[in-house]
Design a protein around this ligand. Sequence first.
Ligand code: MN
Ligand code: MN
Length: 476
Amino acid sequence: MAGRPALVIRGGTVVTAADTFRADIGIRGGRIATLASELPGATEEIDARGLLVLPGGVDAHCHLAQPSYGGVTCADDFESGTISALCGGTTTLMPFATQVQGQPLRETIADYHARAQGKAASDYAFHLILTDPSPQVLGQDLPALIADGYTSFKLFLTYDGFRLNDSEILDILEVSAEHGALVMVHAENHDCIAHLSERLVRQGKTTPANHGHARPQVVEREASHRAVSLAEVAGAPLFLVHVSAGEAIEQIAWARARGLPVFAETCPQYLFLSQDDLERPGFEGAKFMCSPPPRDRANPETLWRALQNDLLQVVSSDHSPARFEGSDGKKAHGEDAPFTEIANGVPGLETRMPLLFSEGVNGGRFDLCRFVGLTATNPAKIYGLYPQKGTIAVGSDADLVLWDARREVTITNAALHHNVDYTPYEGRRVTGWPVRTLLRGRTVWHDGAVDARPGEGRFLPCGTPGPILEQRARAS
Ligand code: MN
Ligand code: MN
């Protein structure tokens, strides 16, 4: 007979991607043991009356402890990054393990496990960034790694040292399709960016604002279409990361109208920032530089619509932490440095869920269920972590967020827990904030107090991406 739960969360409004209902949640051994309209008393009780109880967020795109490049240090390691995420209601992170060209993939994996070891305070899984699809990697390493729970690979169409050609991408897509993995693509046309950047620099147009002009929408649109087409040729599912713009959305709509299993995410920086931010005076615009760049002020509406229409299924942070001040951040090459030498990336682990909740749910753009789908359930399903993660159900990990839908907060970097010295959302007012986060049944964040423990986070092997295969089965 099942014993009494050790912990009961009482009187909250439980939200999943499918339903909103009043229930008590009984927790035992770090998992959800019971859900009932009223549970008997337990050793420990948490009063959730007046609060929403959401599945802990799954942030499926972030960068932690990656090696520095061009003199710029990744400001967050697994300790500061995971703690910041927990304070923002996110309990599972999916950072990247980046293969250095020529490096055996097992070495890459071991390297990143060492970086997380003893530091991660939230649970985590890895995506692999593939830069060198040798016959050994394709024929032996990838199939073995997929079986071990590394089931998503990010490929780049741009960046020297990262970008792959079409035939390399086709090879990886085919291996992924055959063994049940998912390819994620950073879709921007490399030669277009190089061409436009060179021209701008030649004309003396070197301020951060020109970062946006060097990467117009067409650059992303072409690469998105190419990625979709390569996936179609290979018969593979595809995930487009950090979709920034309406013209890329048009390519996704086109692909899905053809019945292709194409999935995609956007990020808060494309919903809340714009080219206007890149054009802030002096060097200030550098704070908003990321790739793809924030677009014009009208663009976010197209993204909100795509979130409503299910053309976008996931909202991730793409937390890419570079500090603003100092010799190892955005100012590494001085404030007169051309935009081509300024580190890309914006931070956002802790603000992802509050921003989306405030503008999405309280702004009347979608309901609570959709919010949970976008921030937790869909990424957990797409990357094979469901139902252990991403939902509230008997048997799932007790990763829970008690959310105050009415709390008004003015975002300030001073109140955040990352190791970055700015937030692009400084001074922005939001309504709705996580007041308590539980990781596998233990409170790690409550009313401004952090009780996260470095090393408590567990590595999560990923299964085969489920809903994607279902969709393929339906199509065939
Ligand atoms: Mn990228
Ligand atoms: Mn990224």
